[in-house]
Ligand binder design. Structure first.
Ligand code: UGA
Length: 445
């Protein structure tokens, strides 16, 4: 099939490379000349395991190419495509409402084609509020264009995006059009050789499925985080509580790790969008509201913990952070707990030392003021970062932090205190090396 994917971000590039891997011919279009040039030079603009290899293989087979939307070649490629996958950003505006300007501009670009577009299919992969498919369709109609508009939300997780695309738990296709449904099912069957996991639903339902999934997962995280706070207060251990919960198959063992609150580009944005969508429909979305509030409080846990240890002296201390990315296997800092911690500590006057295996460059850009002002120092070794520090906070649970050299770490630190925001260590074990230890929701420790 001839496919054009709009947007060279996480969703766009993974979708494009994934669809190219089954033999389709895919062109990725983006407005950013810089991004397209990077991709043409064989570089991926962000860190995502396995993606560079998948892209490279698509390019080598001649199944995958990149074009900037201002390039003279773009028009011809636009004409040739049978499918337009929309994977552009849908950020929140300053009120937390979904900003659809990038979707609108892609619709405008496609509408410029001379045909009536009856033989084309527009597939919306970006996360968009319910009713956006209808809105897109009527925008096209207003220009006398009649493509089929399908909702096909994406469920990939950063850090595991390639595997999520190639071996999806399910694919949701939302359309009322029989022919569009049939051809999209065919396109995705290639990823389901063992078992069919395609869910075909109406377009509005598909749009809402995406928000329901993300809000539900965010709710699970806030639930366990809230119980972790209670657990800490009453002298229980959240790790034991989790074990007791997950042995019930109705509850399951996924997304029930307590931590420093969820971050990233999806859960924070989608929960607030759901609240607005509820308001627009005349109802209050109680659970997303509570989920967000619990998440806000959870992000403050390390600071509250450090304040308990150091009191007013915290502003004079050196605090080391291991991990800056919002989760392991990504260099993404959007809504990462590290951001709040760095800002709050810098405001108090403390010095922050930080190490992250891949997010150092992005941290340098994001915190350019704090780096220039000397409040944040970035290190390429975890032990150098910890050197001379009064506390170590585990912010992101990168695999390489799980069994460090505790002797070396203790020798490097000025004060042996570990504040473990991801519960990757055990109090009894680290205390053998002479550390004071606090884990999330571990009232006993
Ligand atoms: C999330 C969803 O998991 C994907 O299914 C969805 O496609 C994606 O959003 C999206 O809408 O594009 P992602 O944001 O990449 O994926 O990352 P997750 O692995 O879901 O983690 C989100 C946050 O929750 C992270 O900050 C993570 O540390 C936190 N988390 C996750 C916990 O605190 N506890 C857990 O048990 C699991």
């Amino acid at each position: 099939m001839e496919i054009m994917v709009f947007g060279a971000g996480y969703v766009g590039l993974v979708t494009a490379a994934g669809l190219a891997s089954t033999g389709n011919h895919v062109v990725v279009a983006d407005t950013s000349a810089e991004k397209i040039q990077m991709l043409k030079n064989g570089k991926v603009p962000f860190f995502e395991p396995q993606l560079p290899e998948l892209i490279d293989s698509g390019v080598k087979k001649g199944n995958l190419e990149f074009v900037q939307t201002q390039n003279p070649e773009f028009k011809k490629k636009l004409e040739d495509a049978e499918f337009y996958f929309l994977a552009v950003g849908t950020p929140e505006d300053d009120q937390g409402r979904t900003d659809l300007q990038y979707i609108d501009s892609v619709v405008d670009v496609i509408s410029e084609l001379s045909s009536d577009l009856r033989d084309k299919i527009v597939v919306v992969k970006s996360t968009v509020p319910v009713g956006t498919g209808d809105r897109i369709e009527s925008k096209f109609k207003g220009k006398n264009k009649f493509p089929k508009v399908v909702s096909n939300p994406e469920f990939l997780k950063q850090g595991n995006a390639v595997q999520d695309f190639l071996r999806p738990a399910r694919v949701v296709i939302g359309t009322e059009d029989e022919a569009a449904r049939e051809i999209l099912v065919f396109l995705y069957k290639a990823f389901m050789l063992k078992r069919d996991r395609i869910v075909t639903v109406g377009r509005r339902s598909a749009e809402l499925v995406k928000y329901a999934c993300n809000a539900f997962l965010a709710t699970k995280i806030s639930f366990i985080n809230e119980i972790s706070q209670l657990s800490e207060k009453v002298g229980a251990d959240i790790r034991e509580i989790r074990e007791g919960m997950i042995s019930d198959p109705r509850i399951g063992d996924q997304f029930l790790f307590p931590g420093l609150g969820y971050g990233g580009s999806c859960f924070p944005k989608d929960t607030i969008s759901l609240i607005h969508q509820g308001e627009a429909a005349g109802m209050t979305m109680q659970l997303p509201r509570a989920t967000r509030e619990v998440n806000r409080l959870q992000k403050q846990w390390p600071l509250r913990r450090l304040e308990k240890s150091f009191g007013k002296e915290l502003g004079k201390k050196k605090i080391c952070l291991w991990g800056m990315a919002f989760k392991p296997n990504t260099d993404d800092l959007r809504e990462a707990p590290s951001v709040e911690i760095v800002e709050a500590l810098a405001k108090l006057g403390a010095t922050v030392h930080a190490y992250d295996p891949v997010a150092l460059e992005r941290s340098r850009e994001l915190f350019s003021n704090q780096v220039t002002g000397g409040q944040l120092k970035l290190f390429t070794s975890p032990y150098e970062a910890a050197s001379g520090c009064d506390a170590l906070v585990i912010v992101t649970e990168w695999q390489e932090f799980r069994t460090p050299n505790f002797k070396k770490l203790k020798g490097a630190m000025a004060n042996p205190l570990i504040v473990d925001g991801r519960n990757i260590y055990d109090a009894a074990m680290v205390s053998r090396y002479g550390f004071d230890y606090f884990g999330v929701g571990q009232g006993q420790a």
